[in-house]
Ligand binder design. Structure first.
Ligand code: BG6
Length: 473
């Protein structure tokens, strides 16, 4: 899985939605960082596209980099800015764009596949893909498709059929940036590069798993997107299910895209369709007053639910997934709770007290940490127990990470045609199938206070010992 900092061959990159939120916050700063790190091709062009040409695209990118980038706009900016241009296009007409792509490819003697990034609303995706086929922009192309991939089983199947009408599956990169997060890959490393975890990674030793991604931010002006998407489609069908796919998969025979995809497909097949009775939706108070939100909106800004994987490994082990906007904390935490010791024999074990069992905790943040919480002896004359942790501090172990953010890593992977950390059409369709009961029969969203842990029913959902994160605060 280790990949050197290979420089991809010369190519043109086309960004649809180039003046949108994602491009401004992540994609354009990401490409600049890759350039600064020497990870872009020797020569390349970035062609922004969208329906409306901005007054000054280069100035727009400069502003985005100043606001969201992590690096100074030093001498590199002048050279980078010369590689930028904007050509308007729409689902009805991409001829001017196609001509611009060909011209840019001749100019830089492009050898690599053009990278086309579709960051457009799900409803617009299908027609855009057809346009790419018609104009032949889809030829010799790695197409990156931003989530959500459709909005239910039927639309996901339609979108996949449209994509497959224009491109081979191998050229389609369905991006879920959580898979590009460094610590998510560490779950794979820890599980499969060590002999100590796999023997206990099953229903005999694990009593629950929590995938908990509370966000302290609200919708931050993304009302149009959010009103259409909601927390379930925005986060659960995508990021949280993808993390579940990493935590729960069977050991692949190799760490390569093909083996991993085979295992992930098998795993998602085993995920039991969700039970609306075991799901809680919430909406933070004040959401309906946000600009451009319907004052009667029923859209959920919070979801907590229980998932089961019906396999020999996981039968009976509940996976609790939770995410929401405007919550008490901003965290991305995976907790694996182990079975209790069969006998409580230490004096200060009160049999009526609910204690957390040993837990393995992955903190999927930019400062990744992994803990194992255990009971240990408190120093002193008595054999008393207290909670203590083994901690793996990645930064302390290996020094500062290379500084690549998830989107940067994944864009680089696309240029090297490395599909390991992307998702595949059969998995996406299966996830939508699993999620269909909630889409067809969504729980009514209950109000919750901003800055809280969501509705009480959600807090109670996992039963004892409760959500780890809340205990943690
Ligand atoms: C995005 C969602 O995909 O992921 C956002 O659309 C969410 O609503 C974001 O805030 C979270 O990503 P990260 O990398 O900040 O954890």
């Amino acid at each position: 899985m280790t990949k050197g900092f290979e420089a991809p061959s010369n190519r043109v990159l086309v960004l649809f939605g180039a003046t949108g939120d994602l491009a401004g916050r992540k994609l354009l700063p990401g490409l600049f960082h890759l350039y600064r790190a020497g990870m872009m091709p020797d020569d390349f062009r970035i062609i922004g596209s969208g329906r409306h040409t901005p007054e000054d695209f280069v100035a727009h990118v400069e502003e985005a980099l100043r606001t969201h980038g992590r690096m100074e706009l030093d001498g590199h900016w002048a050279a980078f800015s010369k590689k930028l241009s904007f050509v308007a296009s729409s689902a009805d007409d991409g001829s001017e764009l196609a001509a611009a792509v060909s011209a840019a490819e001749s100019e830089i003697d492009a050898k690599g596949e053009r990278l086309v990034y579709l960051s457009v609303p799900p409803g617009a995706m299908g027609d855009m893909v057809k346009m790419l086929g018609k104009t032949k922009i889809a030829e010799n192309c790695s197409l990156v498709v931003e989530k959500p991939f459709g909005h239910d089983v039927a639309s996901a199947k339609r979108l996949n059929a449209t994509l497959h009408g224009v491109l081979e599956e191998e050229s389609i990169y369905r991006i879920d940036h959580f898979l590009g997060k460094e610590p998510v890959q560490n779950i794979l490393a820890l599980r499969f590069a060590n002999g100590i975890f796999e023997p206990i990674w099953n229903r005999d030793h694990i009593s629950y798993v929590q995938i908990d991604v509370p966000e302290d931010l609200d919708i931050q002006g993304r009302a149009a997107f959010y009103e259409e998407t909601g927390a379930f489609r925005d986060m659960v069908v995508t990021h949280l299910m993808q993390i579940l796919g990493i935590v729960a998969l069977e050991p692949p025979s190799r760490i390569d895209a093909e083996s991993l995809h085979a295992e992930r497909t098998k795993l998602f097949e085993a995920v039991r369709p969700l039970d609306p009775e075991r799901a809680v939706y919430g909406q933070y108070r004040g959401y309906r007053g946000e600009d451009d939100v319907d004052p009667k909106s029923e859209v959920e800004t919070f979801v907590a639910l229980e998932v089961f994987v019906d396999s020999w490994r996981w039968s009976g082990v509940p996976f609790y997934l939770r995410t929401g906007k405007a919550m008490a904390a901003g965290r991305r935490t995976v907790t694996v709770g182990f079975a209790d010791a069969p006998l409580q024999m230490f004096a200060n074990h009160d049999p009526d007290e609910v204690r957390r069992p040993s837990e393995l905790v992955f903190e999927l943040s930019d400062d990744p940490k992994i803990w194992i919480d255990v009971e240990a002896k408190v120093p002193g004359p008595k054999l008393d127990l207290g909670r203590a942790a083994f901690t793996l501090d990645i930064e302390r172990a290996f020094g500062k990470p290379d500084g690549l953010e998830a989107y940067e890593r994944l864009l680089h992977d696309v240029m090297l045609k490395d599909r390991l950390l992307f998702t595949r059409s059969d998995q996406i369709e299966r996830i939508w199938e699993v999620c269909a009961p909630l889409i067809d029969n969504p729980p009514k969203a209950t109000g919750y206070k901003k800055g809280s842990w969501g509705p009480q029913r959600a807090i109670d959902l996992p039963g004892d010992p409760g959500w780890r994160l809340q205990d943690d605060e």
